[in-house]
Design a protein. Structure first.
Length: 127
């Protein structure tokens, strides 16, 4: 009986090592929750900037790390978003540690940042 368990665990160990050898370098993400699905979908496409968003981004001295924070750790505000439209969906992504949020437009081939909003943004500077 003990011998059977040893053979069983030896087979499991060899199988686990084979799986890690063949599939170990892959990155897996399983976005099951709605917030994670939206952020994952926005990350899949290339990101484009509207002129207003680009101007606002320069005003706050934004960098790629800040954008990455929004796309990985952001919270989608579904109350302010327009996700029910058939043609173009618009999502508002907030970050809990920042008083700033981004408005994304989800197109078929790209994700467009329309604007940045928050206390640090003065929209009249970019009009």
């Amino acid at each position: 009986m003990i011998r059977r368990f040893l053979f069983y665990f030896l087979g499991v160990l060899i199988g686990l090592m084979a799986v890690l050898f063949f599939f170990g370098d892959r990155e897996y993400r399983f976005p099951y929750l709605p917030n994670e699905r939206v952020l994952f979908h926005l990350q899949e496409h290339p990101i484009a900037w509207s002129e207003m968003a680009e101007c606002q981004w320069k005003l706050i001295d934004g960098d790629s790390l800040l954008l990455e924070e929004f796309l990985w750790d952001g919270d989608v505000d579904f109350g302010m978003s327009e996700q029910r439209r058939d043609d173009v969906k618009t999502y508002v992504v907030k970050h809990e540690n920042r008083e700033l949020w981004m408005v994304f437009q989800d197109l078929d081939t790209s994700s467009v940042i329309l604007s940045l909003e928050g206390k640090r943004i003065i929209s009249s500077d970019c009009d």
